[in-house]
Design a protein around this ligand. Structure first.
Ligand code: 8YV
Length: 328
C-alpha cells in the first residue's frame, strides 16, 4: 500500500475505464482520467512519460521505442489494460528499465464467447440476415433462403493454443460436438489436449487444409505478421470460415478480401483489423464477412475485472513487491 506520508504515485489511465475500476485506483493514487476518452497521440504519450510514475494504456496507444525512450522519463510502470501487448515495444521497455504488466485470465471466457459468436454468425449468415430484414428486403420464409453451414461434427482448427484458444475449444467441442485441431509453437500437455479432445498439428499448412472453421488465437507482433497470407488462404477449403479475435495484422486483409470475393474461402468473422479503427474497403464491400469493432472482452464484468487486474499490478509494483503479471 502507499505510505500516506509520501506523495502518492502519479498514474495516467489512457482511456475511460468502468466506474468501479477508475474508483479503485483514484482512491489510492494521484490518478489522471482521460475524461473525454479521446485516444492519446504520440506527443501526449511522450509528455506523459515525463509527468507520471505509471501509464495504464490500452491497445489504442502505440508505445514505440521513441516514446518509451523519452529522455528524462519518469514512468517506471506500464500497466497495460489487456492481455495482448503488441502495441508496446517490449524490448525498448526493457532497455529503459520500465516494468510492463498485462491482464491475463480475466478476459479468457468473454473472448472465447466472442470467437464462438463470430463462428456462428459467419457460418449461419447472421449479419446478412439481419441486414436483409432491417432494410425491408425480407420477402418471407422459403426452403432455400440464406442457407448456411452446420458446425456440428465439423473440424475447428485453432492457431495458437493458449488460454483463449482452449476455452474456445471446450465450448466448440462440448457445446457443438466439433472436432478440435490445433497448431502452436509448443504442444500442450496430454491432459490439456484430453480436456478439449484436441489433436496437435505440427504443420500449420496441414491444419489449414483440414479445418472447416479456422480460429486465430496467436499473439500479434513481428513473428505472426501476415501469418495468414494469400498462399495460406489458398490452402483452405472453399467451404472454410476464418475467425479472428487475436490481432488484425496476423491476417493479410487485402488477400482475405480477395479470397472472400472470389469464393476461395466461404466466409469470415473478424473482431480485429490491421489498422484499427480503419477497415479494409474490400472487406466492407462484402456480404460474407461479419465485422465487429474489437469487442472481444467487452462485457461490463470483464472490463471491470481487467481494470482491477491492472490495479493489482499497480498495487504490487508501488508496494515494492513482485508483480504477478509481469511481461518484462
Ligand atoms: C482489449 C484485447 O479490447 O486484451 C486484449 O488483448 O484484445 C482486448 O481484450 C484491448 O486489447 C485492451 O487493450
Amino acid at each position: 500500500m502507499v505510505n500516506p506520508t509520501q506523495s502518492k504515485p502519479k498514474i495516467l489511465l489512457s482511456r475511460r475505464w468502468t466506474r468501479e475500476a477508475e474508483q479503485y485506483l483514484s482512491e489510492r493514487y494521484d490518478v489522471t482520467l482521460n475524461v473525454n476518452d479521446v485516444p492519446l497521440d504520440a506527443a501526449a504519450l511522450t509528455q506523459a512519460m515525463r509527468d507520471y510514475d505509471a501509464i495504464c494504456p490500452t491497445v489504442s496507444d502505440s508505445l514505440n521505442a521513441a516514446i518509451l525512450g523519452t529522455p528524462g522519463a519518469r514512468v517506471k510502470l506500464i500497466g497495460n489494460f489487456g492481455v495482448g501487448f503488441n502495441h508496446i515495444d517490449i524490448e525498448a521497455a526493457r532497455k529503459a528499465g520500465i516494468t510492463v504488466t498485462n491482464t491475463p485470465d480475466v478476459l479468457t471466457d468473454t473472448t472465447a464467447d466472442l470467437a464462438i459468436l463470430l463462428m456462428l454468425m459467419a457460418t449461419r449468415r447472421a449479419g446478412e440476415g439481419e441486414r436483409e430484414l432491417r432494410e425491408g428486403r425480407w420477402t418471407g420464409w422459403r426452403p432455400t433462403h440464406l442457407l448456411g453451414q452446420d458446425v456440428t461434427n465439423k473440424t475447428l482448427g485453432l492457431v495458437g493454443f493458449g488460454r483463449i484458444a482452449q476455452a474456445t475449444a471446450r465450448r466448440a467441442h462440448l457445446g457443438f460436438g466439433m472436432r478440435i485441431a490445433y497448431h502452436s509453437r509448443r504442444r500442450a500437455t496430454a491432459q490439456v489436449e484430453a480436456q478439449c479432445n484436441a489433436t496437435y498439428y505440427e504443420s500449420l499448412d496441414a491444419l489449414l487444409a483440414d479445418s472447416d472453421v479456422l480460429s486465430l488465437h496467436c499473439p500479434g507482433g513481428a513473428e505472426t505478421h501476415h501469418l495468414i497470407n494469400r498462399t495460406r488462404l489458398g490452402l483452405m477449403k472453399q467451404t472454410a470460415v476464418l475467425v479472428n479475435t487475436a490481432r488484425g495484422p496476423v491476417v493479410d486483409e487485402a488477400a482475405l478480401a480477395e479470397s472472400l470475393a472470389s469464393g476461395q474461402i466461404a466466409a469470415a468473422g473478424l473482431d480485429v483489423y490491421e489498422r484499427e479503427p480503419i477497415v479494409h474497403p474490400g472487406l466492407l464491400a462484402l456480404q460474407n464477412v461479419v465485422l465487429l469493432p474489437h469487442m472481444g472482452s467487452g462485457t461490463l464484468e470483464t472490463r471491470t475485472a481487467m481494470g482491477l487486474r491492472v490495479a493489482r499490478n499497480v498495487d504490487l509494483f508501488f508496494a515494492g513487491q513482485p508483480v504477478s503479471d509481469k511481461v518484462v
